[in-house]
Design a protein around this ligand. Structure first.
Ligand code: NAD
Length: 756
């Protein structure tokens, strides 16, 4: 019971025999909320905890946080979302509400995740205030943050300027102002506490100290944002709990109070302390300070002193408690007494390097393999020690350039021959191959026990081959995060909705996936809306931006995979790309016709890349045609396509995700000749890109001469030149980085910048 000794020894300093009340703690399973719940129970209060177990970090932590309290006879836990819960039905007149639920963390609050912040911090708060008003709560204590000050002069005074420098800070300030309005206009007694960077046992895994301690204990890189000289007012969690209790007992409504002043030290100093406590040197990787992080923080503590809740725990002592807690988890001991033992397989408790397992069924084309390889590359660049395994059914995976150290697990290849029709490459029955694939996937998952299992595109894999693995993940690997990665566009909305409904995929995703990543932009195509995701799934969905392959992934350009003619003035280099090549022959033949028809206008060279999946018959046809046209070089398939793209003046391609993104990333004039059936995905993507001014569309289907359409589009694209800066700026191409950061965040190896 050492953790409970920590709590009683260091934290609660109640007035003698405080009056008992019923406390409602929102965010009860979180870092601070769970400590507060325990302190309230110890004082004899009745406590109702509300927590939605949001996926901001793995719920395994939250379940462990609240495990001790959950067994307490005076505690009830409502696993509910405040944005949906009718809280007024839970409240009784005279209740004291501690509103701690919210989305914390500065870094993720930029970009599309802000909706989560606004929902959790602003809308949920407004609902809590309404319910409190309706049910005449005795008091509401709001957890606000030092981030409302931004870069205000030090020490930060409660009456001083409030100029947040992050969207998170804006959301917390908005919540606080809402509280003020409910007090001023409607008399609801509210006290807002501005908490300064909180630490201690159970600290969120995305927070800096948690990341530092973990990394140092595992001999991994400590990612330090900024130069380490930034100063923070670190506040030990038991001091926060003391202040929360004091605010409930005697805080003055409408008067915000800083809770800080425990220890004002630099981040570099805290790393030195952790090194000493862990007994190991830190291997520091410095990164630029991200936007949103205040330079220094320091609380003015006059009001806190009046409240009788000045902090008592210094940084050395507080960090010793956090290090003790975290190392106990690493060793698998239950040193805290209030911590539930780590569930089996929880990587944090095993002291092994983290592992990411990527799966793609790869039954058609190269798109999935290419995307997963790019993601693996992003992960490898950020985390050299991470284990990465690629499970793939691609018949060309062996020849595919993989980032160093990525392991391959092969699935017997199967080719898609029609809508939902597949044929194994080996002469075996589909059901036998499917069963073998399902077995390989499930056994690999169980053997590797990865921290993250990323599934590309098909929630149930080829013909439901993932069902067994997903069930295993649910039953046996509670700490494996299962993530679904979806392309920017799958097909027309009604087609996807009907198919997903028929196959029960909404329920599959709901039950089996912790998170959905969409490798595109919500603004360009809102997958969640178009495909009718239920609200609960919308909340689990993130748009990452487009995933563009990094040229670092290509080996040096060799031999034929280059432009062969020296370029003379006026020469044009036209690249005709077929992606995987499975059904690209008609496009290449039409594009060769177009090139021939333009020979009187265009000089230079065309390079045709056929793709590894083109059939021998199609290959022969393309080669035959190419020989009849001057200045054409044909390449069977290329692993250095980006180098070719980089030197091209114009790219003509089908509408596959990777080809389109590669050409746009290189900012090349682009003609897309999309396939329009059996799926409309390529056509839809092509039209979106054309609408943005990033490509021209030349349809292969329809009446008339496709070659003439391609020739017209080529001339128009060359005339217009590379996309303008405003057009190019409309597309978000940073998906690879974001996905890697997000997955690494899930392995809990990289920390948040130090912030409130
Ligand atoms: P936490 O993420 O550990 O806890 C927040 C809890 O709220 C989570 O368990 C989450 O599941 C829950 N939650 C979120 N949205 C919800 C909703 N709509 N309905 C029900 N539950 C929901 O974070 P924490 O570090 O314990 O922070 C608690 C509060 O203190 C937050 O409001 C945060 O903004 C604030 N704060 C924290 C710090 C800090 O350093 N930790 C500093 C300043 C302010």
């Amino acid at each position: 019971m050492r953790q409970r000794e920590v709590n009683t020894r260091l934290s609660t300093r109640p007035a003698a025999d405080p009056p008992l009340y019923r406390a409602i703690v929102t965010g009860a399973a979180g870092f601070i909320g769970s400590h507060l719940v325990e302190a309230l129970l110890e004082q004899g209060h009745e406590v109702v905890g509300v927590d939605a177990f949001t996926p901001s970090y793995p719920s395994v932590f939250k379940r462990a946080n609240i495990a001790w309290a959950s067994a307490h006879p005076r505690f009830d836990l409502l696993p509910a979302d405040l944005n949906e819960l009718a809280l007024d039905e839970v409240l009784c007149p005279g209740d004291v509400i501690f509103h701690l639920a919210g989305r914390a963390g500065v870094r993720a609050s930029w970009g599309q995740d802000f909706v989560d912040y606004s929902r959790a911090n602003v809308e949920a708060t407004q609902r809590v205030l309404e319910a409190a008003l309706k049910r005449q709560a005795a008091r509401v204590v709001l957890a606000s943050s030092s981030s409302v000050y931004g870069d205000a002069p030090l020490p930060m005074q409660e009456d001083g300027p409030l100029l947040p420098v992050s969207p998170y800070g804006v959301s917390k300030l908005t919540a606080e102002l809402l509280g003020r309005v409910y007090w001023k206009a409607l008399g609801l007694p509210i006290v807002a506490l501005r908490l300064f960077t909180v630490y201690g046992p159970r600290q969120r895994p995305d927070m800096a100290f948690h990341g530092f301690i973990d990394a140092i204990a595992h001999g991994q890189r400590v990612v330090l944002f900024g130069d380490g000289s930034q100063r923070r007012d670190f506040t030990f969690v038991s001091d926060i709990v003391t202040a929360l209790l004091a605010a409930a007992a005697r805080g003055e409504p409408g008067i915000p109070v800083n809770v800080g002043g425990g220890s004002s030290v630099t981040v570099a100093e805290t790393i030195a302390i952790i090194e000493r406590l862990v007994g190991r040197k830190a291997f520091i990787e410095q990164r630029p300070a991200p936007p949103g992080d205040a330079r220094d923080t320091q609380a003015s503590t006059d009001r806190l002193e009046t409240l009788g809740a000045l902090p008592r725990v210094g940084i050395e002592e507080g960090l010793a408690h956090q290090v003790e807690w975290q190392l106990a988890r690493v060793r698998g001991h239950n040193a805290s007494g209030t911590m539930a033992p780590s569930p089996p397989g929880e990587r944090v408790s095993e002291g092994r390097a983290a592992h990411v397992l990527l799966y793609s069924h790869d039954t058609y084309g190269l798109g999935h393999l290419r995307r997963n390889t790019t993601i693996a590359h992003g992960l490898r660049q950020r985390a050299p020690q991470l284990h990465i395994t690629l499970l793939t059914g691609s018949p060309v995976a062996d020849q595919w350039p993989l980032p160093e150290g990525v392991s391959l697990v092969h699935l017997p290849p199967v080719v898609k021959v029609g809508p939902d029709e597949y044929q194994p490459i080996e002469p075996r029955s589909l059901s036998a191959v499917r069963a073998e694939r399902a077995g390989i996937i499930a056994s690999t998952l169980l053997r590797l026990r990865p921290d993250v299992f990323l599934v590309d595109h098909a929630p149930l894999g080829m013909k439901g081959e993932l069902a067994l693995a997903l069930q295993m993940a649910r039953e046996k690997l509670p700490s494996t995060r299962v993530v679904l990665g979806l392309r920017d566009i799958l097909d027309a909305s009604e087609v996807v909705r009907t198919a997903w409904e028929a196959q029960g995929l909404y329920a599959t995703i709901e039950n089996s996936y912790d998170q959905v990543l969409v490798y595109g932009s919500r603004e360009l195509f809102d997958v969640a809306h178009e495909y009718g995701f239920p609200e609960s799934l919308v909340r689990r969905t993130r748009f990452t931006g487009y995933i563009a392959k990094d040229r670092g992934l290509e080996p040096a350009v060799r031999g034929r995979e280059a432009w062969s003619r020296a370029r003379r003035a006026g020469d044009r280099r036209i690249l005709l790309m077929a992606g995987g090549g499975g059904d690209a022959a008609p496009m290449l033949l039409a594009a060769l016709d177009a090139w021939e028809s333009l020979r009187h206008l265009l000089f230079g060279e065309a390079v045709v890349v056929m793709g590894p999946l083109m059939s021998p018959t199609d290959r022969a046809a393309v080669e035959r045609r190419a020989h009849q046209v001057s200045n054409v070089q044909v390449i069977g398939s290329s692993t250095t396509v980006l180098s070719l793209v980089a030197a091209a003046d114009l790219v003509v391609s089908m509408g596959g995700y990777n080809s389109v993104v590669e050409a746009i990333t290189a900012r090349k004039p682009l003609v897309i000749c999309p396939r329009a059936a059996p799926r409309r995905e390529q056509l839809m993507r092509a039209e979106i890109m054309a609408g943005l001014g990033l490509a021209r569309v030349a349809r292969l289907d329809g009446d008339g001469d496709a070659a003439a359409r391609i020739a017209d589009a080529m001339i128009a694209a060359l005339k217009a030149g590379p996309p303008s800066t405003p057009a190019w700026g409309t597309i978000d191409l940073r998906g690879a980085e974001r996905v890697a950061d997000f997955l690494l965040g899930m392995t809990q190896r990289i920390s948040e910048p130090v912030a409130a």
